[in-house]
Design a protein around this ligand. Structure first.
Ligand code: FMN
Ligand code: 173
Length: 397
């Protein structure tokens, strides 16, 4: 099976188990899958390929990394209740979000270092979206400017993730550019107003952006450039320090939400929301969607993001709830949907896919997750996402 055939495969074939059959048929011809099919396999292959500090930056998290582990363990504490003879031979995993139908419930979470993991990593994520129909949330922190990335999205919508700088004019400029480039929504990340405590990065005494990596959106921005005496091309060191001074926004508060809301008519989502009261405040301020996440355990030592999902969904009262943090398998996808997520975000797994094989690698990762989610639903007797609710889950010790 060629890699491009793999990418296109599930677009035309609704039954994802054909992806699995394709792997077995290729095996008959002596061909193994081009990339690992498990999360540990992906991570191990990426570890072999990437520079160690970069691998640790992506793989690592906050503090003792217990939150990151807990994100995964939280999924293992739920089991799915099987139902037989329920006519689930044909499944439909499509979802609708902000007036559009998507073929799958997955999306790619923003990863601000894709452009360091692969030469054209940001473009590869957009190409993955174009090839699979899985939308991508594109980080503020890119090696290629957001306009170039948007040009690779094809028919699949992309969302722009905003790290709100402490310079309002710059924030406005980012949003204007994202609108002009055709992004379908703005995702404002709230849990990273300053950098978390990350022992692995501290041990290497290095951090990608502080070395000037993945700052193209800033360096190409007319407002950011107007703040500099010399251009980033002439003096990248000063431009990088200016980024570091501009990036964080400790003072951002609920009072600023009206300003953020007023910046755009595009769907506005808040990322990093875990408390029902915060959901209600966001709703009152007119946001369109909630993105429940603990940043993959990278920012604050906290609790598993999954444990917050039911409360967030309840408070959202029908507003879309995107979820990420700790999704490693198709069964995890099904569990997040059953707990009320509208769409399920994939972080590190597709990042490793990009590192290993660009768009083909990331598409492989998404296809494995989809094939497994689809089979998990079918074999347990659930045909559509509407059939999934908390009652299909059981607590396991
Ligand atoms: C290397 C890396 C970089 C990230 N960069 C960003 C970012 O730029 N913006 C953002 O909102 N979230 C960022 N995240 C968080 C992800 O969007 C997502 O919340 C997290 O990876 C989900 O957890 P998972 O990796 O366990 O799937 C990053 C995550 C990783 C692993
Ligand atoms: O590493 C991250 O998760 C991330 O989103 C980030 C990137 C740059 C500065 C702070 C956080």
């Amino acid at each position: 099976m060629s890699r491009s055939a793999q990418i296109c495969h599930y677009r035309v074939v609704a039954n994802f188990s054909d992806f699995q059959l394709g792997i077995y048929f290729a095996g008959l011809a002596g061909q193994l899958p081009a990339y690992p099919v498990t999360y540990p396999g992906l991570e191990a292959a990426a570890r072999d390929k990437l520079d160690q500090a970069l691998f640790d930056y992506v793989a690592g998290g906050a503090g003792d990394e217990f939150t990151q582990t807990a994100n995964q363990v939280a999924f293992q504490r739920w089991g799915i209740v099987p139902r037989m003879l329920s006519g689930a031979a044909e499944r439909d995993l499509s979802i609708s979000l902000f007036g559009r139908t998507y073929p799958t419930p997955l999306f790619m979470a923003p990863i601000g270092v894709l452009g360091a993991m692969h030469e054209t990593g940001d473009l590869e994520a957009a190409r993955t979206a174009a090839a699979t129909g899985v939308p991508a949330v594109i980080s503020t922190l890119m090696q290629d400017p957001l306009e170039d990335v948007a040009a690779e999205l094809g028919e699949t919508p992309g969302f722009f993730q905003l790290y709100t700088p402490n310079d309002r004019e710059l924030a406005e400029s980012f949003v204007r550019r994202a609108e002009a480039a055709g992004y379908a929504g703005i995702v404002v990340t709230l849990d990273t107003w300053t950098l978390g405590w990350r022992p692995r990065d501290l041990g290497h005494a290095t951090f990608p952006q502080l070395r000037g990596q993945c700052l193209a959106n800033y360096f190409t921005d007319p407002v950011f450039r107007s703040r500099l005496e010399k251009t980033p091309e002439e003096d990248p060191g000063t431009a990088t320090i200016t980024w570091a001074m501009t990036f964080g926004n400790p003072g951002l508060s609920w009072d600023d939400l009206a300003w953020l809301r007023g910046l755009t008519d595009l769907p506005l989502l808040l990322k990093g929301i875990c408390h029902p009261d915060d959901v209600r405040r966001a709703r009152d301020a007119g946001v369109d969607g909630i993105y429940c996440s603990n940043h993959g355990g990278r920012q604050a030592a906290s609790a598993p993001a999954l444990s917050f999902l039911p409360g967030v969904v309840d408070a959202a009262e029908g507003m879309p709830v995107l979820f990420d943090s700790g999704v490693r398998s198709g069964a995890d996808v099904v569990k997040a949907l059953a707990l009320g997520a509208t769409a399920v975000g994939i972080g590190r797994p597709y990042g490793w896919g990009i590192a290993l094989g660009g768009a083909a690698g990331a598409a492989h990762v998404l296809q494995c997750l989809l094939a497994e989610a689809d089979l998990t639903m079918g074999l347990n007797g659930y045909r559509t996402i509407a059939d999934l609710g908390p009652e299909v889950l059981v607590r396991v010790s």
